[in-house]
Design a protein around this ligand. Structure first.
Ligand code: AMP
Length: 542
């Protein structure tokens, strides 16, 4: 073939070297456990990442070796994001919300060689230390407690690299990072992100028509760095030179709002639960915080109900609804308003923004129906399948799950969707959560979103319960807003007013204080199904 362009490797080293020189003074702010703040710059991040890379190579790290991280969101975690791949290694973020034995399983499955851990998380490490065998444990001091015992001080790795030091060359297809899925069922499965995938994903996420992140932004990813690379935002920010603010362990609405105001945050990102907390806190304290005009909130991980998007808009926080998965690095689609909807009025635009959006460039999608279920708006539902340069090609050492990829090379997401004529994806369920009543499909997500539009409902989850005649019927679990009560008849009437068919109406409404959640904030429907396995309309008196 005739030579066309240079075959330059898409390496993460380029991103951090560019940020550290072109945006040398741009700030990286990290909140510590005692709420004090450490201020670094991209120049510091480059320097310290190089020190870490050099130290890891000295410690014997070989290309492809995994280095586990057990950390909150802060500068040292960012240094691992850049420094480990720079050394040729793969940073492996451990989810600190998992049970210790699950963390041990993941560490052993990934064959992690080293661990970088926050001092404030040493107790958690101690709970699974006997089941794992790291060669070295590097401790990041977030408090004044001395690092001793068998541990190595992370700070001791920060010696300047010798003059002329250069990182080893990188093949763009080699691993840079790793994350295990936090699925609601089954064993966690590891995804290894290549340099190329993360580099292209960063470009795809920064685009004006996706998350629109530029050097002028100040980004606070409250999504944890152990959940799908904090949605890739640390890399996207470094690529464009945006200021970064990391909240450390303080993820309550008041702490976040204080940071938004003080650091002049323009974009934040997280799951809907956190947003609902922020929205309620702002509504209850009008005028308490001065946020940046047109502040943007990237919402994903679970569906952003339309009512929430409207409420956030009223408070001056513009929701950008996005869909993704651990397996897709994670950004797959973004729900901005397409030009073709500009003249179609506000309702059409809100409806589009409450969908999961249109695919990001280079991500291809299709909806494949097994037996052709139809959503309540009449559109064909099918399983969403995706492919693209930042979609995983397999799980790490887990051949049992190879059936997640089709023979013609698409990844089966397990999400059931409709795709409208404008190309917007709408998730109607997880394949395993769809409710099949008398042979017809009912979307639990449609019911949940409609219920969460009711003024007295804070949260709603809908599951199937076993029914002798219809096999499955929907049962709603609702969490009323503070001080409110709910009434089954009124909720049913409300659902009908929202266009829900009568035969879709839940057979019962169970009131709870909270919906159980996974470690990454998704409804844990398996637990609800267990808890309510004996539920019958008779037992509930409805
Ligand atoms: P995770 O790998 O933990 O990021 O989970 C990925 C799954 O989260 C997807 O397959 C969806 O089921 C769900 N998800 C992610 N984003 C959204 C969204 N915007 N709306 C609804 N579900 C979502």
């Amino acid at each position: 073939m005739v030579a066309t362009m240079m075959n330059a490797q898409l390496s993460l080293n380029h991103i951090i070297e560019r940020a550290g020189t072109l945006f040398a003074d741009r700030e990286i702010v990290s909140q510590m456990p005692d709420k004090s703040v450490r201020r670094h710059t991209y120049a510091d991040l480059l320097r310290r990442s190089r020190s870490l890379a050099n130290a890891l190579i000295d410690a014997g790290l070989q290309t492809g070796d995994r280095v586990a991280t057990l950390m909150w969101n802060h500068h040292a975690h960012l240094e691992a994001y850049h420094g480990v791949p720079m050394a040729g290694g793969v940073y492996h973020t451990l989810n600190l919300r998992l049970a210790p034995n699950d963390i041990a399983y993941i560490v052993n499955h990934a064959k992690d060689r080293f661990l970088i851990v926050d001092d404030v998380l040493l107790k958690l490490y101690a709970a699974f230390a006997k089941d794992v065998s790291f060669e070295k444990v590097f401790v990041v001091s977030l408090t004044d407690a001395p690092v001793d015992g068998p541990f190595v001080s992370y700070e001791s790795l920060m010696a300047d690299v010798p003059a002329g030091w250069a990182p080893p060359p990188v093949d763009e297809n080699q691993g840079a990072g790793m994350c295990y899925t936090s699925g609601t069922t089954g064993k966690p499965k590891g995804v290894i992100y290549s340099h190329r995938a993360v580099a292209l994903h960063s470009m795809g996420s920064a685009m004006t028509d996706t998350l629109a992140i530029s050097q002028h932004d100040c980004v606070l990813p409250m999504v944890p760095m152990f959940h799908a690379n904090a949605w890739g935002l640390p890399f996207t920010c470094a690529m464009v030179g945006a200021k970064q603010v990391h909240p450390g362990p303080h993820l309550d609405p008041v702490s976040l709002l204080d940071l938004y105001e003080r650091e002049k945050v323009t974009i934040s990102a997280g799951v809907p639960t956190v947003w609902i907390g922020i929205q309620q806190t702002v509504s209850q304290n009008p005028g308490k915080w001065t946020l940046q005009p047109d502040m943007r909130m990237v919402v994903g991980g679970s569906a952003a109900p339309e009512a929430m998007i409207r409420d956030m808009d009223k408070l001056g926080m513009r929701v950008i609804h996005a869909w993704g998965m651990t397996e897709t690095t994670p950004l797959g689609s973004v729900a901005n308003v397409k030009q073709s909807l500009i003249d179609k009025g506000e309702d059409a635009q809100y409806a589009a923004r409450a969908k999961q959006g249109i695919p990001v460039p280079f991500v291809e999608i299709r909806a494949v129906g097994e037996d052709g279920p139809v959503a309540h708006d009449g559109q064909a539902m099918g399983e969403l399948q995706v492919r693209g340069p930042w979609v995983a090609a397999s799980y790490f050492d887990f051949p049992e799950a190879n059936d997640r990829w089709t023979d013609d090379g698409w990844f089966r997401t397990g999400d059931v969707v409709t795709i409208d004529p404008d190309g917007y994806i709408k998730i109607t369920d997880r394949t395993k959560d769809l409710i099949k009543s008398g042979g017809e499909w009912i979307s639990s997500v449609d019911l949940e979103n409609a219920l969460m539009g009711h003024q007295d409902i804070a949260e709603a989850a809908v599951i199937a319960y076993h029914h002798d005649k219809w096999v499955e019927r929907p049962l709603a679990v609702v969490v009323p807003k503070e001080g409110r009560t709910v009434d089954a008849g009124a909720l049913s009437d409300f659902l009908i007013s929202q266009g829900i068919a009568k035969w879709w109406l839940p057979d019962g409404f169970v009131v709870k204080d909270a919906i159980p959640r996974t470690s990454t904030g998704k409804f844990l429907k398996a637990k609800l199904r267990d808890e309510l396995s004996d539920w019958t309309p008779e037992s509930s008196g409805s």
